[in-house]
Design a protein around this ligand. Sequence first.
Ligand SMILES: Nc1ncnc2c1ncn2[C@@H]1O[C@H](COP(=O)(O)OP(=O)(O)OP(=O)(O)O)[C@@H](O)[C@H]1O
Ligand SMILES: [Mg+2]
Length: 235
Amino acid sequence: MIRMVDVYKRYQKDYSALKGISLHVAKGEFVFITGPSGAGKTTLLKLIYCEEQADRGEIRVNGLNLARLRRGSIPYLRRNIGVVFQDFKLIRSKSVFDNIAFALRVIGASKKEMKRRAWDVLRRVGLQHKINGYPLRLSGGEQQRVAIARALVNDPVILIADEPTGNLDAVVAEEIMEILNEIHMRGTTVLVATHDMNIVERMNKRVIRLENGRCVSDSALSDVPASGSEVVGRV
Ligand SMILES: Nc1ncnc2c1ncn2[C@@H]1O[C@H](COP(=O)(O)OP(=O)(O)OP(=O)(O)O)[C@@H](O)[C@H]1O
Ligand SMILES: [Mg+2]
């Protein structure tokens, strides 16, 4: 589903945010990306949903070679990837329904279809009763659930979450992780960047650890230390 081979990314001339990342995430896997602040977690995720481009190396996502992807194909790729952020990124002036429907408008869905799909994804996160609410009247956990619903509405094959519980207390964080786990159980490939090791330990999933732009361990390869340009991942 996602394959990286020897990927490098630098934002500034003399500093690389990612240095030779190689990994493979199979369809339907749930993977945590961990590591200290500045390790490159967000950068790695941005490369996958084409928010940034790699300087070197190969990235394949859902069968597409991102280096060869034409600009016009990026929206197509993004429709297959749902993204959730630490700060929710909901539009405050729009209702819950409109926040979700916004993602559907671009594909030209009818009003009836939008209602049906918004209702369906809100049900999955347990918030159908808030369909006419506004983000600022929701708790942080509820806002993140709306953001997850929005990410799901185009039925993505990959869900990416960058520190999805960073602004939430421990109990609510656990609820959000449970929702992400349910999404995974239904077959979606899920990638979660977090430095909350309590959550990571409790969930018992594959963990890829980054440090200083390199992949320093991958629990899917417990016996083999991840290094340099080797392809790491499940066979
Ligand atoms: N747009 C940018 N311009 C310049 N440097 C950047 C940019 N984005 C990230 N960086 C640098 O790249 C490195 C990796 O950043 P990244 O955001 O990927 O780390 P992270 O692991 O997500 O950290 P955090 O846990 O704090 O979110 C950092 O040194 C950061 O300062
Ligand atoms: Mg980050």
